[in-house]
Design a protein around this ligand. Structure first.
Ligand code: BMA
Length: 833
């Protein structure tokens, strides 16, 4: 019996446009000149771009100019030899986007219409030793989706063409309020040749954990295919510890399903970031014939007991919505994740790691994989496993009234089973969620909500039937939530006392000032956000010279927010700018101003949501996930990190607000409200030092008080203030027993537009491998570029200099801008030491 052999069919592909009426084997008649080189995973847009056949779709308004690509049929061709055949030979297609017919040596192998369902075809009889020809023919996605829509009818939605609801294709490809319409097609995941005599078709690990005893019991089961007649194959299971040492073993007969129980004492527990380490064990299943290994599969697992808790909130209606791991409750602070590029093939494992690491470095412990994107790449979940970022995983439905006809349900079932089987072993996976905003949309058209008969909203068959069924069967024990947002029972999905909630009172709906986030009620805020421009460098890279001004057509083209009535992102931005700032005419000033407002909004939001984490038995707000962490192209959006991977000021505001220990100060009539959020596992009694300054730098008040803050809790108090008579800034620092700063926050008299802050003398001095920042009068939002700083977008007040760590080389100058201080190059002074 021959050991299995997996061959990645990555190189040597060619792409050609398929003239109307031609198909399959007839494509052989196309002249060689019609074929251009391509690679898999890939897309037609990607191959045309790489060979200079289309301009960069992200530049200027080229998105419109390349729309023709999506309207054509594209064929991918690979010629290969197969001189050595195994007893079984399959071609494996990990992902075909979306409407694809596959031909091998002129024979039709399969047809796909769901980009999320991997396909496998037995080709043993069809392969020949030399000159095999594999053809993948992709139809225009919109045309195919519309053909289905024509049969089943138009349905309500937000974002994109209504036909998308009938297509099992990444919904954001149809265009979203932060993304271009780029209806890519192609083999977006790997194509492989698999030769085998036996294979592990599926490997499942079900873990039971006795946290107190540190004892883990792993039920492992492998589905094994291929059995040489009479062959007495064995399946060896092994559990490897994080260092790769075998700590448990079992050997069983390799029947169609091989099962065993592995137990482990002294188990090392996996924790979300901030609560502990992320040790990862590996379960290996090996099919052996005598002493020869024929096939193998492995799963990396973390041993942890994670629960979704919905418990009483003392003194309030409804119930909490929070997570508990290994018996410890924690506040889930994080973000919504969208696909990191419109051309998925460009997202490398290194890029996934970088983006997840940026979320981790912002003190996040949860990412929501949003329902309009994709079930993400392995590299994403592996990075989350290793960095301790939990994943709220949506199934791929977003902002629409999806059909529930039999064909659609069958396709969704295959997709859900494939996704659950592929992802269920990941330690990071916290929860399955049925959809994004489909209950909200159904309510908005009267098909759901209080008093509306459930059957009126037919997609419940998916979210309350098919998906929980698949999860219960293939991944029991992991929480399933029907939608985001969702409220059980006969209540609106926007109910603030139960379940999760999307808080769009700020930006959408009534466009509340961001300073009002404290009035926003929710048990778990799974979306909220504020827009800003990308970094100036990235923005200018896609704006023609003469379009580099705030109101230009191309700037507007790169802001997709709006409704069927038209784009409105620029208008909403204008309102928030007008509310808070005086903004200069240049693009650079507009970039800083929008990023300033976003950073302030994030500071207020995360602080106000996290303050409500409160204490055991009163977990009023269990988490906050901002819309959105990242971008898929250069755009004005709600992202904290732009498409070049550059973090915005808001990223630093979030990092500070989600730090293990964070503080918040609010100026109120005659007093300051002080809050401490303690995410550590230790109780703390910090000294709260409050200093109040006039804007000319005079110190008007100073006080210190001690505040007890239990572990994993928040506590508040107030400090009386003298009559201040004019605009001020209050700096709150939490100090430990040695007087070291644990956390800091500043509150200013607002709105900023009412007064001038310019003219401050800001000193930036090199001290060893750090910078010391000082000023003669208060400075708001000092944004320094040109070095990798461990803090930025900083408020400065007179007094001791602020020490900022620098990763990597210390430059001689930096780009500096602050509120009412024009952007300029500033020297990094060297005072030795
Ligand atoms: C919510 C999200 C996204 C959208 C965002 C910003 O609706 O679910 O669909 O992009 O708000 O409008």
């Amino acid at each position: 019996m021959t050991p299995e052999r997996l061959i990645d069919l990555h190189d040597g592909w060619q792409l050609a446009e398929v003239p109307p009426g031609l198909d399959g084997p007839a494509l052989a008649d196309l002249p060689d000149s019609a074929w251009l080189s391509a690679s898999v995973p890939g897309s037609a847009h990607g191959a045309l771009l790489a060979t200079g056949r289309i301009p960069d779709p992200f530049y200027a308004c080229n998105e419109a100019g390349v729309a023709w690509v999506a309207e054509r049929r594209w064929a991918w061709r690979l010629r290969f030899d197969a001189d050595e055949l195994a007893p079984r030979e399959d071609l494996v297609f990990e992902g075909l986007d979306t409407y694809c017919t596959v031909w091998l040596n002129g024979e039709r192998l399969l047809a796909s219409d769901n980009m999320f369902v991997p396909r496998r075809a037995d080709v043993l009889e069809r392969l020949r030793p030399h000159g095999n020809e594999l053809l993948l023919c992709f139809d225009p996605p919109l045309a195919r989706a519309r053909a289905v829509e024509a049969v089943h009818g138009k349905r309500a939605l937000w974002n994109g063409d209504s036909a998308r609801l009938h297509a099992r294709k990444a919904q954001y490809h149809f265009g979203w309020d932060w993304g271009p319409e780029l209806l890519v097609s192609g083999p977006w995941r790997a194509v492989r040749r698999h030769g085998w005599s036996a294979r592990v078709a599926d490997l499942e690990v079900r873990t039971r954990l006795d946290v107190a005893a540190r004892r883990a019991t792993l039920q492992v089961s492998a589905c094994i295919e291929g059995q040489g007649a009479g062959a007495a194959l064995r399946c060896d299971f092994e559990l490897l510890d994080p260092e790769g040492r075998a700590v448990a073993r079992a050997a069983v007969a390799a029947g169609a399903r091989a099962e065993a129980t592995l137990t482990l004492d002294d188990a090392r527990l996996w924790w979300p970031r901030g609560l502990g380490d992320q040790p990862l064990y590996t379960v290996v299943a090996r099919v052996v014939d005598g002493d020869r290994s024929l096939a193998e599969d492995r799963r990396r697992v973390g041993l942890r007991d994670l629960r979704l808790v919905q418990a009483e909130v003392a003194g309030e209606a409804g119930s909490s919505f929070h997570f508990e791991v290994n018996g410890r409750e924690f506040f889930a602070g994080g973000a919504n994740w969208i696909p990191d590029d419109s051309l998925l093939e460009r997202i490398t494992p290194a890029r996934y790691r970088q983006r997840v690491a940026q979320a981790a470095a912002a003190n996040m412990n949860m990412l929501r994989v949003w329902g309009g994107g994709i079930y993400e790449h392995e590299a994403f979940y592996e990075a989350c496993d290793e960095m301790g970022l939990l994943v709220w995983q949506d199934f791929m439905f977003a902002c629409g009234l999806y059909p529930a006809n039999d064909a659609f349900l069958a396709s969704v079932r295959a997709e859900a089973e494939a996704a659950v089987k592929r992802l269920r072993h990941h330690a990071c996976l916290a929860l399955w969620c049925g959809n994004n905003e489909d209950y909200m949309l159904a309510e908005s058209v009267g098909l759901a909500g209080p008093g509306v008969p459930a059957e009126r909203f037919e997609a419940r068959a998916i979210y309350e039937g098919l998906l929980p069924e698949v999860c219960a069967a293939l991944d029991p024990g992991r929480p399933y939530w029907p939608g985001s947002p969702f409220t059980p029972g006969d209540a609106k999905s926007s109910d603030a006392t139960v379940g999760d909630r999307h808080s769009w009172e700020v930006w959408h709906q009534q466009m509340l000032p961001y300073q009002c986030y404290g009035d926003v009620q929710a048990r778990f805020v799974s979306e909220f956000g504020m827009q800003s421009h990308p970094s100036l460098a990235l923005f200018e890279s896609v704006l023609p010279e003469d379009e580099r001004f705030p109101g230009s057509r191309t700037v507007q083209w790169h802001n997709k927010a709006g409704s069927p009535a038209g784009p409105d992102g620029h208008r909403r931005l204008a309102v928030y700018l007008a509310d808070n700032l005086r903004v200069g005419p240049t693009l650079a000033e507009h970039v800083y101003a929008t990023q300033f407002v976003q950073a302030e909004a994030m500071r207020v939001a995360y602080q106000d949501f996290r303050r409500r984490w409160q204490r055991p038995g009163a977990r009023a707000v269990g988490g906050a996930l901002v819309w959105q962490l990242n971008d898929c192209w250069p755009v004005t959006s709600w992202a904290l990190i732009d498409a070049a991977g550059t973090v915005k000021p808001a990223w630093h505001a979030v990092r500070r607000a989600l730090a293990p220990v964070a503080v918040a100060v609010r100026l109120e009539a005659g007093q300051a409200r002080l809050a401490v959020m303690n995410g550590t596992t230790e109780a703390l009694t910090p000294t709260l030092q409050l200093r109040v300054f006039a804007l000319d730098g005079r110190q008007l008040a100073s006080s210190r008080l001690a505040l007890d803050v239990p572990a994993s809790a928040s506590a508040e108090t107030t400090q009386a203030l003298p009559l201040l008579g004019g605009p001020v800034v209050a700096e709150l620092c939490a100090l430990d027993a040695e007087g070291r700063e644990l956390a800091r926050d500043c509150a200013w008299t607002e709105p900023f537009r009412f007064y001038q802050l310019g003219g401050a003398c800001i000193d930036i001095v090199r001290t060893g491998s750090a910078l010391a920042l000082s000023c003669d009068r208060p400075v708001k939002g000092l944004w320094l570029q040109g070095a990798d700083l461990d803090d930025n977008f900083i408020d400065l007040v007179p007094g001791p200099a602020r020490r900022i760590g620098v990763a990597g080389a210390l430059p001689a100058t930096l780009q500096a801008v602050a509120l009412d201080h024009a952007g300029r190059t500033v020297p990094v002074l060297d005072r030795g030491g």
